[in-house]
Write a protein that binds this ligand. Structure first.
Ligand SMILES: Cc1cc2nc3c(=O)[nH]c(=O)nc-3n(C[C@H](O)[C@H](O)[C@H](O)COP(=O)(O)O)c2cc1C
Length: 185
């Protein structure tokens, strides 16, 4: 089974992480970290807690720097790392090499080991520092995405819009799916 790290921060849009988990849990070995604020935002936005992930994923405490995924020797075998959703705070930390929690550590290890790192950002509007950090992180090798659904696949409801965004994250990691209708198909 391929391994994937699903990292969740305190940006709005916890539902994207929940949906990614639901779709990946049977086919991949999932390793998860939720930041302190991610837990708060998730319970506020979805009424769910990190406990729901524990049956199907290895869930690490966000301050556990001794977790296996904090080491390149373990993470180098992963198919990819995704930060879903990613706050501007976590973006700033990673882009500047600041490591204050396990999410930052896994991200910097992914970059050094050349494990694909996909970052699903959520904020509006952006300030200059956000934009500079985005460019820095992109130049360091990460794939940056915005949590902005397209409409050309004619979403009928919120679930369709969510699936479009999650599907684009999966596309970036070459994870097979059929959760949105591709253009021309
Ligand atoms: C309900 C709620 C929604 C938030 N939404 C966002 C957001 O969309 N984008 C963002 O960058 N920060 C957002 N924040 C602020 C972050 O949670 C805050 O900057 C936090 O320090 C991020 O820490 P983390 O990246 O370690 O999770 C939100 C906070 C709350 C309480």
């Amino acid at each position: 089974m391929d391994k994937i790290a699903l990292l969740t921060t305190g940006a709005s849009g916890s539902i994207y992480a929940v949906r990614a988990f639901e779709l990946l849990k049977e086919k991949y070995e999932l390793h998860m970290v939720l930041s302190k604020t991610a837990k708060y935002v998730m319970s506020y936005e979805t009424s769910l807690s990190e406990n729901m992930f524990k049956e199907h994923a290895k869930v690490y405490d966000y301050m556990d720097f001794a977790a296996p995924i904090s080491s390149g020797s373990f993470l180098c075998s992963f198919k990819g790392v995704m930060i879903v959703p990613c706050s501007m705070g976590t973006l700033g930390a990673i882009a500047n090499g600041v490591v204050m929690n396990l999410i930052h550590r896994v991200s910097e290890v992914a970059l050094k080991e050349r494990v694909p790192l996909v970052v699903l950002l959520r904020e509006m509007p952006y300030n200059k520092i956000h934009l500079e950090n985005m460019l820095k992180l992109q130049e360091a090798g990460a794939i940056l995405m915005s949590a902005s659904p397209g409409f050309y696949h004619k979403p009928k409801n919120l679930e369709d819009a969510i699936d479009f965004v999650v599907g684009k994250v999966f596309d970036a990691l070459r994870i097979e799916h059929d959760i949105y209708k591709r253009w021309g198909t």
